[in-house]
Design a protein around this ligand. Structure first.
Ligand code: IFM
Length: 441
């Protein structure tokens, strides 16, 4: 690793991130069915039809997993609390076992000196609410706020920060327009509603938690650098539309109270009635912003298809196991752009950054030099962004563990700790050891 802790401000938080459904083992502890359970059970949606029923069995092994974070010298742990674990039907009865589990988990972090960075929605829509339309139903905002109150009343006194939603673009566009994630819809009307209601849910949760006196509230947005595939004005226009859908819709609504015209050009006719009246609620202050960044995309116009009439084309840069180009400049771009155009001096955290690689165990160890180089390059981009004025307060590697990579099952390995999905044995990779050395005090 070509950095050390001393290259960053004293209060900079180094951590790793995970999410409930991807690691916990959803079949344990009385959790209710989610739309990911049924999506995975439907042929053709998920590689090998794998689901999160067992995952990494973090539910039972969390103490040892938190030991790994502590032993690496990490300062924080970004985790999520599953809605369906806390409220199996999404509304009404609370699963005491689920609340007890998160209570123990947070205490175990604090006992190890790890700051708990909680995320409230990392994609486990309870099936009972999916039956009612999930994010396409306006009432979801209040159902979500009710859940956030229940979990916050139990652990809110001990968490360091709270994010409402993880990656609203994935929750809405990827899942309702592209159909790649649960609920697997491909419908522009459902997309318009989900893109609006996910922000309404964010707003309702912010209001509810602020009302309870909860501090340090934010949201985690994902950003992909969108660039033209050639130097024609048409390609520049295509990249601009992609940028508006992916990178501007959510942050502009939250920080400016408006939606980009390029996106309303397509979604406008399908928006729910009265959406304009919600923007004042959505446009409320954050205490911090989370930036998830992985890659870039190159775009060309495609007049043969309806809006957005653009298509991605493969780029020439080295790629990860996901097929994503490695482009650290994009992280610098978004950190400085967020500060300059949207959030000013507000604390920004890199809440996810990392790479998948087909890691294998050889002689009891995992040698992953590409990941070490990836992290070093993105740390350098972060340092440069700080030098250029962005108030970046932390960096969380995605992910602590190899885990359930959603529609791609368990094949894509993002962890700095290898997980054998037969035995569930954890093996820290070379990248884990390199980070540990870099973070040593
Ligand atoms: O695994 C996901 C995570 O759940 C959300 N952000 C991107 C990661 C890698 O695809």
């Amino acid at each position: 690793m070509h950095f050390t802790r001393s290259d960053f401000p004293d209060d900079f938080v180094f951590g790793a991130a995970t999410a409930a459904y991807q690691i916990e083992g959803h079949k344990f502890g009385g959790a209710g069915s989610t739309h990911w359970d049924t999506f995975a059970a439907t042929p053709g949606n998920v590689v090998r039809a794998e689901d999160g029923a067992l995952a990494c069995d973090h539910y039972h092994r969390y103490e040892a997993d938190l030991d790994l974070l502590q032993e690496a010298g990490m300062d924080g742990y970004r985790f999520s609390t599953s809605w369906a674990r806390v409220m199996p039907e999404g509304r009404g009865p609370v699963n005491v076992e689920g609340l007890d589990y998160y209570d123990r988990l947070v205490d175990a972090m604090l006992a190890r000196g790890l700051k708990p960075f909680q995320t409230l929605y990392h994609w486990e829509m309870p099936s009972a609410l999916a039956d009612l339309g999930g994010w396409t139903n306006r009432d979801v905002a209040d159902w979500f706020a009710d859940f956030t109150e229940v979990i916050t009343r139990r652990i809110g006194d001990r968490v360091h920060s709270v994010a409402t939603i993880n990656e609203p673009w994935c929750v809405s566009f990827l899942s309702h327009f592209l159909g790649h994630h649960a609920p697997g819809q491909r419908d522009i009307r459902a997309t318009a509603r989900a893109m609006h209601h996910v922000l309404l849910g964010h707003a309702a949760a912010m209001e509810r938690l602020r009302g309870l006196g909860q501090k340090n509230l934010g949201i985690v947005l994902n950003f992909d650098r969108a660039l033209p595939a050639d130097d024609t004005p048409a390609a520049a226009a295509a990249a601009n539309v992609q940028d508006a859908i992916f990178n501007r819709w959510f942050i502009e609504a939250i920080t400016k109270g408006s939606y980009p015209a390029e996106v309303l050009a397509g979604l406008g006719p399908h928006m729910p009635a009265g959406w304009q009246d919600d923007l004042a609620r959505i446009h409320q202050p954050l205490d911090w912003l989370g930036v998830n960044y992985y890659t870039r995309g190159l775009y060309l116009p495609d007049p043969t298809i309806p809006w957005p009439s653009i298509k991605p084309v493969p780029g020439p840069l080295p790629k990860t196991q996901m097929g994503w180009e490695i482009f650290p400049d994009g992280l610098h771009h978004f950190l400085t752009r967020m500060a300059r155009d949207y959030v000013g001096d507000l604390p920004i955290y890199v809440t996810e950054n990392g790479m998948a690689w087909p890691d294998v165990i050889e002689n009891g160890a995992v040698y992953d030099p590409d990941r070490i180089a990836f992290v070093a390059a993105h740390m350098q981009a972060t340092r440069q962004a700080i030098a250029d004025g962005a108030n970046v307060k932390g960096f969380f590697y995605w992910s602590l563990l190899d885990n359930y990579e959603w529609a791609l099952g368990y094949e894509k390995r993002f962890g700095i700790v290898h997980v054998d999905f037969e035995t569930l044995k954890r093996t820290p990779k070379a990248s884990y050891h390199a980070l540990k050395t870099a973070l040593a005090r």
